[in-house]
Ligand binder design. Sequence first.
Ligand code: DC
Length: 218
Amino acid sequence: MTIPVLTIDGPSGAGKGTVSRLVSKKLGWNYLDSGSIYRSLAIALQKLSVSVTDVTAVTEVASSMVLEFECGDELVVKLKGENITVQLGLETTGSIASQVAAYPEVRKVLLKKQQDFRQLPGLVADGRDMGTVVFPEAEHKVFLTASAEKRAARRYKQLIEKEIDANIVEITNEIEARDRRDRERETAPLVMAENALYIDSSDLTIDQVVEEVLNLIR
Ligand code: DC
């Protein structure tokens, strides 16, 4: 029996995380936040003082890191038993994650870790290459995007709510730089899968996006 997968890809700040979590709850399916795996690698590298330019060392850390995911109301991530959830959300973490995510060796090592999330009764997988590389055979695919301004504004609000210091101009620059890196890299770039449903969430509420995604499954 094949285990159903819904992939939700798109640039950072498009609302993928919130939408994916809500949809996975409604369906009772498992949830993979693939960005958190790349972000966890970024934190592991910082802890071990490994340079992001040292591909061999970065790949070694990627293959040996021990991660645990607890999917309650909020996703809790532990690295070697230590709760790293707060650090995961920092902009610097996202930026380092995006840099090391460009290495094909790193993506190869992390591929199986992501595919292992495919468990019954189903999986909602959020990221950049879920529908193109990690689960190309998925029967339901969504590409969720929004304008860079809207995405920066949302990100700013999220950080302020978490009481993390934030600057809207820096966030916009950071989002644009990360978009460029994620779209222009050679391995598994951010592109829409051929058979994905395109949703621009710029002028939609979260509930409207969730409804559109659920309609796709129904
Ligand atoms: O979705 P996110 O912002 O948490 O992801 C952080 C970075 O990780 C993103 O800028 C690029 C990388 N990433 C990736 O290359 N492939 C994925 N499937 C998910 C994230």
